[in-house]
Design a protein around this ligand. Structure first.
Ligand code: CA
Length: 264
């Protein structure tokens, strides 16, 4: 095989291996880095060129071992992960990456291999593309995933948010209502953070699904409604007359930008 060339990481300049998510710092200054873990040069070569044209810096690893090393050392903004690699399954690397800090992953799966797609999503992949894919399609998916994951981390830079008696601290991932801590699931928290960040404006159902779940999520409509209703219950909101989380019928949801202490 011609894995040798792909296995050797093309090291450009030294980046500090800080334990800081790379999208928090200098995201407008440094190009986003994509780690491509793939052993087929017919894919890696044109894809690296296409990503460069779109302003991404790409590191290529042709094996799981090289992929894991680069992921840990360089902390890429996103990982493109093939399933069939010379030294094992991409799912093993996915599991490793999911053990540590959040790092967005898009799986590159074989045509018709539905089981791979399901397993990838269950293991926490953010999305998948089916081979053969166009560079254009993949870049669109990359942007969607980065938008979604950085939207979830952007409020951290903005600091804690407060609306009425509700306080959300994105960096600590804590929420309190009238001083009492609220126990939210991960998705409920992401949903609330996104809605509070856009308080006063309508956020469409599509955007919520796109940013909190996945562009390819099946049955998302029901999932979204279940989470909104769970969130309302925890906020003490009455769905027929909510204080915080308002339904905009047929469009989406709007979070109140301010809440009267005791509205008549
Ligand atoms: Ca392969």
């Amino acid at each position: 095989m011609e894995a040798a060339a792909a296995t050797t990481p093309k090291t450009t300049e030294a980046r500090p291996a800080a334990g800081v998510p790379s999208y928090d710092e200098g995201m407008n200054v440094q190009p986003r880095m994509v780690l491509l873990v793939e052993d087929e040069e017919t894919i890696t070569v044109p894809l690296t060129e296409a990503l460069a044209r779109e302003g991404f810096r790409t590191e290529t690893a042709g094996t799981l071992a090289a992929g894991l090393e680069i992921a840990r050392r360089q902390r890429p903004d996103l990982v493109l992960l093939d399933v069939m690699l010379p030294d094992g399954s991409g799912f093993d690397l996915l599991r490793e990456l999911r053990d540590g800090e959040r790092m967005p992953v898009i799986m590159l799966t074989a045509r018709g291999d539905e089981a791979d797609r399901v397993l990838g999503l269950e293991l926490g992949a953010d999305d998948y593309v089916v081979k053969p894919f166009s560079a254009r399609e993949l870049v669109a998916r990359i942007r969607a995933v980065l938008r979604r994951t950085s939207a979830a981390s952007t409020p951290a830079a903005a600091g804690p948010q407060q609306i009425g008696g509700l306080e959300l601290d994105p960096s600590a991932r804590t929420v309190t209502l009238d001083g009492a801590p609220l126990e939210l699931t991960r998705k409920e928290f992401d949903l609330l953070a996104l809605l509070m960040g856009q308080a006063g404006t309508v956020v469409s159902r599509e955007r919520l699904i796109d940013e909190v779940w996945d562009v390819n999520w099946f049955g998302s409509t029901k999932t979204l409604d279940v989470h909104v209703s769970g969130l309302r219950k925890k906020l003490g909101d009455d769905s027929s007359d909510p204080r915080y989380l308002h339904t905009v019928r047929g469009v989406g949801f709007r979070f109140a930008s301010s809440v009267e202490p005791d509205a008549p």
